[in-house]
Write a protein that binds this ligand. Structure first.
Ligand code: FES
Length: 152
């Protein structure tokens, strides 16, 4: 066997080069695949997704809608706030990304991981979260409720 410069390659060197290249390609593919699932899409990058119709949402009562985008499970609390419009909040806690739960009895979002508490608008009431729940794009079109990516 000869390399590109016309030099003879030993069988051992040929195999080493081939195995090394194959290992490198597999590593790059693995990192790319894992990164696809762990890295959230940039703000506003997601297309609008229909999550229901206006009638599916009770006034003043957050409802969790879930869908998959880019291979990642998405969770968004959608609330019809009446005269204040519609609100879409990402369900990931701003402390360490646990999924928050809406508590109708307490009228607040509660994070089960470290006790973070948010009000209906997503503002931090208590606990370790450093900032409010992330807001998502929300639009009402022809009685359909559409949710998009995070607002910057
Ligand atoms: S992840 Fe929610 S309070 Fe820590």
């Amino acid at each position: 066997m000869q390399d590109n410069n016309g030099n003879n390659l030993s069988r051992r060197r040929f195999l080493k080069t081939g195995v090394g290249s194959l290992t490198g390609l597999l590593a790059i593919g693995y990192v790319g695949l894992i990164g696809r699932f762990l890295t959230p899409p940039p703000a506003g990058a997601e297309p609008l997704m229909k999550v229901g119709t206006v009638d599916d949402f009770i006034l003043g009562m957050p409802r969790l809608v879930a869908y998959t985008y880019g291979g990642v499970e998405q969770g968004v609390y959608v609330t019809n706030m009446g005269l204040n419009g519609w609100l879409a909040l990402d369900f990931h806690c701003q402390h360490l990304n646990c999924a928050v739960n809406w508590s109708p009895a307490e009228n607040e979002y509660i994070c089960p991981c470290h006790g973070g508490v948010y009000d209906i608008n997503g503002n931090v009431k208590s606990g370790p979260p450093p900032r409010p729940l992330a807001r998502r794009v929300i639009q009402i079109q022809n009685n359909s409720v559409l949710v998009g990516g995070r607002l910057a």
